[in-house]
Write a protein that binds this ligand. Sequence first.
Ligand SMILES: [Fe+2]
Length: 273
Amino acid sequence: MFEKLRSKIPIDILNKEIDLENFISKARIEIDKNGYFIAKKLISNEWYHSCRKEAIEYFNKYSCKKNDLPTALRGNVSAGMADLLGYEKNTAWHLFRYCGFRWNKPNIELIKVLETSHSLSRIRNVIYGNDLEYGDFIEENNFFTYTSLSLYPLGGGFLNKHIDFKPSWNIKPMIHFKVELTHKGKDYNNGGLYLTDKSNNSICLSDYVDPTDIIFFEGSQPHEIKPTGSGKLGRIAFFEIPASVIPSSRKCIYSGDGISFPKKVLIKIINLL
Ligand SMILES: [Fe+2]
């Protein structure tokens, strides 16, 4: 398993000092006990700085156009949809969010971020005991994963407290990972990622994360991004979201030949019900 995992990750991403087997076994124990684990210096310095540079340049280029951007995506993914950069400011969240889907050609502006996201999703799968490539593409149960890169802008970027999986939901809980590309106390002064651990303590994980560290946590533990405050850049972070495509988005009419327009409309309506 570990050999296969290594072969599915670009050789330069991980810190060469990391003992993958040891790290994964430690992560499993810590996540089970506390609900989270911070993997110190998991990725290489060079790779981290390439991702940070890409993300900062990306948001520098597009965040000034926020009034022209669509609403940021949260849920409701249709199979085959285009990558999306959105902006939202309401009572539940305030952020820019880029969503990249593996069925599209990779965005050349974020190539390192996307590669890292895909690689860490495979590591996450191994920690959690899933197939290595679980969610790389759409599974039979409509499950898949996609890259989400967010900028929580200065002056109050936030995301309300929530959980991503409830035991009652018909979906297997998964662990998340987070790659923080800007840092509390350096790039923004307040807020960051807070998690309620398994002893019911609210912990600011961003307080403990340095460049090249990766956070892993159970999505079923309550978590939120508290308002950013002032600073230079705001909070930029990415992860690979475990999600499901809308079932009706996969039900298409693949043979148009000889089917009348009213019949096509009827089939589409039936599929949406
Ligand atoms: Fe979440």
